[in-house]
Design a protein around this ligand. Structure first.
Ligand SMILES: Cc1cc2nc3c(=O)[nH]c(=O)nc-3n(C[C@H](O)[C@H](O)[C@H](O)COP(=O)(O)OP(=O)(O)OC[C@H]3O[C@@H](n4cnc5c(N)ncnc54)[C@H](O)[C@@H]3O)c2cc1C
Length: 471
């Protein structure tokens, strides 16, 4: 009987999983495997919030495998050594997996493929994580896109592949004697329970992803373009952590969104669907940028920014930002939402990132590191793109002089102050007029700090710094 090792990585799902479909089509025995790999060459380890998510997502994957007659084999150790061990223990001649695109993960996979092929294993990899793989959409001259709109136009011209297919109803049982660790042995779940806020908001796993998509299609999709910038409303899908861990396929998301728009048949639904799919394509764009420009993980795409005069001795300001104690309501609301729930609204991510890099002149890498540790959707490609975009040093950079004013942004996108009231209860009693600038209120609340910096003066300072590197 032919045996396949099915190596799960960022594809923690059974539906629309091309490596799984290929495994059951070609082999009578399948070993679903997850390796918790400590090696430096592996893709970045998840941050604290990501580890929490991963724990629950692996538990969900194991449950769905067991419902179909199989189970997840969990091992801890160097990926190559573990794969060799399993192949030797079971006599499996075939390894299947879905490709990852972070530079370290790609380098690891290339090395593993090479070594295992030398050992006589047959290796098959598939595309499952993105709508378009990084090498799939290049400019006519064969170079990668650095600007989103032409990339989007190229993607749109080609259209999208159909989702690969539903989860198999049954799976072959695990070969006898294949043993793994208990999930708890990986130590992903926190020992001290700080995760109640996350648990209240999220359901990691494939079923949670599907439910989230359905809720979005039934609810916010119809007003996505109008509401996607409003942190006081549930205007977006909140699918980002599910997509990061591969609990749902982006092709499935596109198909469901297009189908919903087609069934509603009005022009507005079509525009909202298109607007949503465009955001999903930003995710592909971020992955192709990191793939083609791997140094941007911690260095600016725009090399002029290597000379940017960042602040020194910023430790105290950084801590105030991290814990939502800056005295700028919309920034503090966002940072507290992040700390509590592991997620922050996109508009507020931009405002908080702009405040850190422009008003505090703290290097974007510090902010990216904090987000990487605290976001449940922390994703190297998306996070790098987001931070470099806001700092002005990345692809599609906003012009350097466009510095978000957190007061006017708050007044525009949280006009009644509901978002700030929810996350900054010290301000809850203030009238909406003062909510985004409590320092100007006739009686500023005594238990809320004054602004950490003067917004106007620090804006000027940032503009001077940008002018200096432009020269
Ligand atoms: C400083 C900064 C850091 C960020 N870090 C991350 C991160 O670590 N992980 C992450 O997934 N997103 C990141 N983003 C992008 C964006 O904020 C989130 O993807 C979005 O808020 C997720 O919420 P949603 O699923 O409700 O989005 P929706 O509006 O429902 O969008 C649907 C999907 O499209 C993708 N998407 C949307 N906007 C973007 C974008 N700007 N860039 C790339 N993909 C996008 C996401 O996968 C998202 O789930 C960051 C943005 C900024 C400004």
């Amino acid at each position: 009987m032919r045996t396949a090792i099915l190596w799960f990585r960022r594809d923690l799902r059974l539906a629309d999983n091309p490596a799984l479909l290929a495994a059951i089509a070609g082999c009578e025995r399948v070993i679903p495997l997850y390796i918790h790999a400590p090696e430096a060459a592996a893709a970045r380890r998840e941050g604290s919030a990501g580890r929490w998510w991963l724990h629950h997502s692996l538990a969900a994957l194991d449950r769905t495998l067991r419902e179909r007659g199989s189970a997840l084999v969990i091992r801890n150790g160097d990926s190559l050594a573990t794969l060799r061990d399993i192949a030797a223990e079971t006599g499996a001649p075939t390894l299947l997996y879905n490709r990852c695109y972070e530079p370290a993960a790609e380098a690891r996979d290339e090395r593993i493929e090479q070594m295992l092929r030398q050992n006589g294993l047959q290796i098959e990899s598939h595309s499952a994580l993105l709508l378009n793989e990084p090498r799939q959409r290049l400019k006519a001259d064969g170079t990668p896109y650095r600007v989103f709109t032409p990339y989007w136009n190229a993607v749109r011209r080609h259209g999208f592949d159909a989702p690969p297919g539903p989860a198999p109803a049954a799976l072959p049982p695990l070969p006898a004697g294949v043993r793994g660790l208990a999930l708890d042995q990986l130590g992903l779940a926190p020992r001290v329970r700080w995760d109640q806020g996350l648990a209240a908001q999220w359901t990691p796993g494939e079923a949670g992803a599907r439910a989230r998509l359905e809720r979005f299609i039934e609810g916010s999709l119809i007003a996505y373009l109008a509401d996607r910038d409003r942190p006081d409303r549930e205007g977006t899908s909140r699918l980002s952590p599910h997509l990061h861990f591969g609990e749902i396929s982006p092709q499935r998301v596109v198909a469901a969104i297009e189908q919903a728009a087609a069934s509603r048949r009005d022009e507005g639904s079509g525009r909202n669907a298109e607007g949503y799919i465009r955001q999903l394509v930003w995710r592909d764009f971020a992955h192709q940028l990191l793939h083609h420009f791997p140094h941007t993980e911690d260095r600016p795409l725009d090399a002029r920014f290597e000379r940017f005069p960042w602040a020194h001795d910023y430790a105290e300001n950084l801590i105030a930002w991290q814990f939502g104690d800056t005295g700028i309501p919309i920034v503090d609301a966002g940072m507290r939402e992040l700390w509590h729930s592991g997620w922050m609204h996109n508009r507020v991510r931009m405002i908080a990132a702009s405040f850190l890099t422009k008003n505090l002149l703290i290097p974007w890498q510090e902010g990216a590191r904090w987000f990487a540790d605290t976001l449940v959707d922390a994703d190297l490609a998306n996070n790098t793109l987001g931070w470099q975009w806001v700092a002005g040093c990345g692809a599609d950079a906003a012009p350097y002089f466009r510095i978000f004013n957190p007061v006017s942004q708050g007044e525009r996108f949280d006009p009644h102050g509901d978002y700030v009231r929810r996350w900054v209860p010290e301000l809850a009693a203030l009238p909406a007029r003062w909510l985004h600038q409590p320092w100007n209120a006739p009686q500023p609340p005594a238990d809320y700090p004054p602004p950490l910096v003067d917004l106007r003066a620090t804006r000027r300072r940032a503009l001077d710094a940008y002018a200096a590197i432009k020269r």
